[in-house]
Design a protein around this ligand. Structure first.
Ligand code: MN
Length: 292
């Protein structure tokens, strides 16, 4: 085992709105090296850093839109999101919850602030990740994993130093709540100031860290502030983070799928022909129906 070093620290890009309800910094794909291949299988990462929405009678969000060929993973840190889809499914993602939606062959859905939450407004903070699917699974049946915070397994750090919430994958024998199509780890490290935590992932796994709250050092690096992303090198396995103030760090590590990516808007396939097919199927109503 050898040390996995920091490759790059990425500052948050200027935010933009997705619909009128998500004010996001796009970390993947973005400038520098973070294109859709560099963090494969994590092909998109939109981060709504903490932002206060004013009360609104009409919930803000994103109207009906399709997805095909991948999974969307929504992690709510502050606020509540309500979603509905063309299979009749729907639900509320509350603080600490995770929604793992396998769009696969195709869904229509819409994502809005939860109606009652919207009336009060307040601090809103969330991550939406797109996790790619291997070619053999892209046209599988859509499904949801609604993962409530209370059902997420945790590794407790000694001396009340905090905990590691294991959303997917594994941490020191504690297994993740979500099932995945390819090997990957997704964890929230919630660390008190001064606490250290060690991680070990295979060197070829693409690995990154997003500072959701507080600040940290990685392998005794300079301090990495809130809302910054750290890309780890694809050499070595082990690294250590230290919370330099009470911190929440989202940890991502996954085995690259290493297949061609053809993408347009909400579709991520392997070939241009499959993208054309996705638009045709969408226009022919094959993604079902969902009212505005
Ligand atoms: Mn969506």
């Amino acid at each position: 085992m050898s040390t996995k070093a920091v490759e790059l620290v990425v500052s948050p890009s200027a935010p933009h709105f997705v619909g009128d309800g998500f004010r996001v910094h796009n970390f993947i794909p973005s400038a520098y090296k973070l294109d859709m291949k560099r963090m494969d299988p994590f092909i998109m990462l939109d981060y709504n850093s903490k932002y206060t929405f004013e009360p609104s009678i009409e919930p803000k969000g994103v109207g009906v839109h399709p997805h095909r060929g991948f999974e969307t993973v929504t992690i709510a840190y502050k606020g509540q999101i309500e979603h509905h889809d063309s299979s009749g499914g729907g639900g509320v993602i509350s603080e600490g919850d995770v929604q793992w939606m396998t769009a696969a062959s195709g869904v229509l859905h819409k994502e809005f602030h939860e109606r009652e939450w919207s009336k009060k407004g307040g601090e809103f903070q969330m991550v939406q990740l797109w996790v790619n699917l291997p070619a053999k699974d892209k046209m599988s049946t859509p499904k949801y994993q609604a993962i409530e915070n209370s059902t997420i397994n945790r590794f407790q750090i000694e001396n009340n130093g905090g905990e590691i919430e294991v959303i997917a994958g594994e941490y020191q024998g504690v297994g993740g709540a979500a099932s995945t199509f390819t090997p990957l780890h997704l964890q929230n490290a919630k660390l008190k100031q001064g606490t250290k935590a060690k991680f070990s992932f295979p060197s070829h796994f693409n690995t990154g860290l997003l500072v959701i709250e507080g600040s940290m050092k990685v392998n005794q690096s300079d301090e990495v502030p809130t809302n910054h992303f750290v890309l780890m090198a694809n050499q070595g396995e082990e690294f250590e983070i230290e919370a330099t103030s009470d911190a929440v760090i989202l940890i991502l590590s996954g085995e690259p799928i290493n297949e061609p990516i053809a993408t347009h808007g909400p579709f991520v396939m392997n070939t241009r022909e499959e993208i054309v097919q996705a638009f045709e199927d969408f226009n022919n109503g094959k993604f079902g129906y969902l009212a505005d």
